[in-house]
Design a protein around this ligand. Structure first.
Ligand SMILES: [Zn+2]
Length: 456
């Protein structure tokens, strides 16, 4: 029955519908004001005990006093508020290959095990594995990820459903083909830009992509470089991950991978270079001069025996160094706390200097630097006016006692399981073990069913 326009019941019904739709349309009807109180916040300007106010998607208050006028209060007692982690280099669906091929060097691991397994991928496998990966990430305080993979429509569907942010790129390998228009991966990249760049009120960004120098040729690298420039996009690429990859590029082109990519025009765009274990001082200078970012993946580099990236040298040269987990096949998780801890230890051990990469500098690799690498200047720090991408790290567990410095506790002691709440654009995605947007049991069940059929 259609109610008359002026009927009070209709007015209330319409109001109910509009508020119900609010979270799906991006909070345009009525922005909820949330207050996190009694919390220790690691802010842009240091640690602070007090409150964080959120108006819709944006932080509108940080201070010691408790302000009024908020609709919902989140108790931050015994918790540390951090800017959500940015996983700056990942391959979400590779949770499928968690523990699939162990104790192998990168080249035989990649060409003998991973590439053949990836040849069996289907949209359904990517659909469910992406949801499992995102669930793992948001339960560990990650609010954004830079992903490179295949079947990106399915990954983006999971990103949009979950509420997380992501820069998505379609991994592009050309090998001998020099005409970029003949590459399915390139055509898919063009379609992704048309369909999804800026989707979810900006939560989804599409990046240009080259898988690497060693899986591509000069013509394709030049074409992708032009495409990234035209789209004003980040160019995501694996660079100098292993010594053999680095040296073989020099044999092929007389140039390091970084210098080769520069020759192809890639650095006219903001490059996100994953790994950079074997980059030279000259490579670092090219990266710094062009505002490039290096995604440091300590777990993956250690596990595959690739080496340890010269993080402190890259930082000193002016490179924006951020942190990533890489795929679960070479990690075997998406825990950014582990990466932070390892980044700190690797820098000190590699330099034989306990003062290398101090905790406050290490902390920023996991959020502010990642946001910069993604081209997201509205997030990555807890600061009034920035997007409310926040994780609450509980301090109840024995390994968090005593806490003298919140930053030290997060970098050196905390674990993903300590995360109590994860919020993206002011929306709570995970709280006290409960996923607010994803049916995680269904995703795990469906993924396991397909893994049984395809890989076991
Ligand atoms: Zn990778």
């Amino acid at each position: 029955m259609e109610l008359p326009l002026e009927n009070p019941l209709r007015i209330w019904y319409n109001l109910y519908i509009r508020i119900s739709l609010c979270r799906f349309c991006g909070g345009k009807v009525k922005d909820m004001k949330k207050l996190i109180k009694n919390v220790t916040a690691i802010t842009h300007s240091g640690e602070l005990r007090g409150c964080i106010g959120i108006n819709g998607k944006v932080i509108d208050y940080i201070g010691a006093a408790e302000p009024s006028g908020y609709d919902e209060v989140i108790d931050g007692k015994n918790a540390i508020a951090v800017p959500g982690f940015v996983n700056a280099h990942a391959h979400l669906p590779m949770v499928l290959f968690r523990g699939y091929a162990e104790d192998m060097a990168l080249q035989p691991w990649l060409f003998g095990k991973i590439f053949p397994a990836e040849a069996k991928l289907t949209p359904e496998l990517v659909k469910w594995s992406s949801r499992v990966a995102i669930a793992e990430m948001i339960a560990g305080g990650t609010t954004s990820s830079s992903d490179m993979y295949y079947f990106c429509d399915e990954i983006i569907s999971a990103v949009l459903e979950s509420g997380i942010k992501a820069n998505i790129s379609r991994g592009l390998s050309a090998f001998a083909e020099t005409d970029v228009s003949k590459l399915v991966g390139f055509r898919e990249t063009e379609e992704l830009f048309e369909k999804f760049d800026g989707a979810g009120d900006g939560r989804v960004k599409i990046d240009a992509c080259l898988h690497s120098e060693y899986t591509n040729n000069e013509a394709v690298c030049r074409a992708v470089a032009d495409f990234a420039l035209e789209k004003k996009a980040v160019l995501h690429v694996h660079v100098s991950e292993t010594e053999s990859e680095h040296c073989e590029c020099i044999e092929r082109h007389g140039l390091t991978p970084t210098a080769f990519l520069e020759k192809c025009g890639c650095f006219r765009s903001p490059v996100l270079a994953a790994h950079c274990v074997w980059v030279t001082d000259e490579d670092m200078a090219i990266m710094a001069a062009n505002g490039a970012s290096a995604a440091h993946n300590p777990s993956s580099n250690l596990k595959l025996g690739s080496g340890v990236a010269r993080v402190t040298d890259m930082l000193a040269a002016g490179v924006n160094v951020c942190l990533g987990t890489d795929g679960c096949s070479s990690n075997n998780n998406t825990d950014m706390f582990t990466e932070l801890h390892l980044a700190s230890l690797c820098a000190k051990g590699f330099r034989r200097d306990p003062q290398a990469l101090p905790v406050s500098q290490a902390f920023a690799l996991a959020n502010a630097a990642g946001a910069k690498a993604q081209g997201r200047d509205d997030t990555g720090v807890l600061e009034v006016g920035k997007r409310a991408d926040i994780a609450l790290v509980g301090t109840e567990a024995p390994h968090m006692h005593p806490t003298y410095s919140a930053t030290v506790a997060v970098v050196q002691s905390a674990r993903a399981a300590d995360v109590r709440m994860t919020m993206v654009d002011g929306e709570v995605l995970y709280k006290d073990g409960e996923y607010k947007t994803l049916d995680v049991e269904e995703a795990i069940f469906e993924m396991e069913k397909l893994v049984d059929k395809t890989y076991r």
